[in-house]
Design a protein around this ligand. Structure first.
Ligand code: NI
Length: 180
């Protein structure tokens, strides 16, 4: 069973992660767990804190469907602001135009601890910004208006209630339930 992905607003998601200090095989189990949850949810990126591990490491999806890991990432340069329609595994079924930068240059460490630098644009640039945000304790909804965030919070509370009821094996009440 893949580890469940935390649903926003969860305190772990809004807390800055700790830097990764131990590299190499020590990271393999965590990266595998993250990948398992990512694949099960069919996402294009996942941060360790989304499965409850407050470490600065994430998987980032390339446009060709492959993934690479980034640890302790830093944005070195960003270009002009744009907006991009984003969703998040921690905020299921919600998509919103989110302010981002068109291009970013990022420095990070790979799983061996080696420093890498990457200039990205397009979707890859947005996924990088989204995951780096997560590691800093920011979810994409934090970039939205208070009104939108408030509505999302209500929908997430309902989603969690429904999931809890489902897990307990109970009947899930939805608006179109027929009660007698
Ligand atoms: Ni996300």
């Amino acid at each position: 069973m893949p580890k469940p992905i935390l649903i926003w607003p969860d305190k772990v998601l809004s807390t800055r992660t700790r830097p990764v200090t131990e590299f190499g095989p020590a990271l393999d189990p965590l990266l595998e767990e993250m990948m398992e949850s990512l694949r099960a949810a069919e996402g294009i990126g996942i941060a360790a804190n989304q499965i409850g591990v407050p470490l600065a490491i994430a998987w980032v999806g390339r446009e060709d469907g492959t993934f690479f890991e980034i640890a302790n990432p830093v944005v070195l340069e960003k270009s002009e602001p744009v907006s991009f329609e984003e969703g998040c595994l921690s905020v299921p079924h919600e998509w919103e135009q989110t302010p981002r930068f068109a291009k970013v240059r990022v420095r990070y460490q790979d799983r061996t601890g080696a420093f890498q630098e990457l200039a990205a644009e397009g979707r890859l640039a947005h996924v990088l910004q989204h995951e780096i945000d997560h590691l800093e304790g920011t979810t994409f909804v934090d970039h939205l208006s208070q009104l939108k965030r408030g509505l999302m919070r209500k929908r997430m509370q309902k989603l969690q209630k429904d999931r809890a009821a489902e897990a307990a094996g109970g009947h899930v009440h939805t608006d179109d339930c027929d009660h007698d």
